[in-house]
Every structure is written in structure tokens, then in C-alpha cells.
Design a protein around this ligand. Structure first.
Ligand SMILES: [Zn+2]
Length: 122
């Protein structure tokens, strides 16, 4: 496995910040959640192939599970040794419901960045 180049890291960083992974343009979301079909600046297609968004769902699931696991571990450490269900369950429920919704837009641009790097075309 080769070391990622600076342009690949820049592509990932642009995707991780919700910008167009190809050109860095902001304003690529129709609404807060839905991407435009193409970047208004560089016109790269965001719906890159059939099934493209499965990768975004996968990234969103991984990040959300890590956030949920971190919340459970943190609440366990904070409440140890007097563990109670409600003080542990409430933050876990909030993170479990909010994090997949909050991360969804970023998961789309991040997955598109990964796809750009893997397929090396535009
Ligand atoms: Zn662009």
C-alpha cells in the first residue's frame, strides 16, 4: 500500500469538511442533507455510479457506531463504580439518534472523495 499523496489528502480533507472533494467549492448541498447532482463549480457528478451511496451509508454507520461506543465508554468511566441505567442510557440514545443524521451530509462528500481517489477519474 502506497503512502497517500498530498493531493489525495487534500481531496479527503475537502470531503471530510463537506466541500466538493474535487475543487473544494462550498454550497454543494440542495438542502442541509441532500447533495446537488453535480458540483456547481467544477461540475463533477456526485452520483458517480449505481450503488455509489452504499459507501456513504457504510461510513455513516461506522462513525455513528464509534460515537455511540465512545459515549457508552465515557459514561461508564464517569459514573464508575456507581453505574445507573438512566444516566448511561440517555446520552447513548441521544448520540445514537443524532449522530447518523448529523454526519449524513459529510458521509456523502467523504465517500465521494474516497471514490475519486480509488477510481482516479472524474
Ligand atoms: Zn467541485
Amino acid at each position: 500500500m502506497s503512502k497517500p499523496s498530498k493531493s489525495e489528502l487534500a481531496t479527503l480533507l475537502r470531503g471530510a469538511t463537506g466541500s466538493c472533494p474535487a475543487c473544494g467549492s462550498r454550497g454543494i448541498f440542495k438542502t442541509g442533507m441532500r447533495l446537488e447532482l453535480k458540483c456547481p463549480s467544477c461540475e463533477i457528478s456526485f452520483d458517480r455510479s449505481p450503488g455509489h451511496w452504499v459507501g456513504a451509508v457504510g461510513i455513516n454507520t461506522i462513525v455513528s457506531m464509534l460515537a455511540l461506543l465512545s459515549t457508552i465508554v465515557l459514561s461508564t468511566l464517569l459514573l464508575w463504580p456507581d453505574l445507573k441505567v438512566l444516566p448511561m442510557l440517555l446520552p447513548a440514545l441521544i448520540v445514537g439518534f443524532v449522530s447518523p443524521i448529523a454526519f449524513y451530509p459529510i458521509s456523502q462528500t467523504l465517500w465521494t472523495a474516497i471514490d475519486l481517489i480509488i477510481r482516479k477519474d472524474k
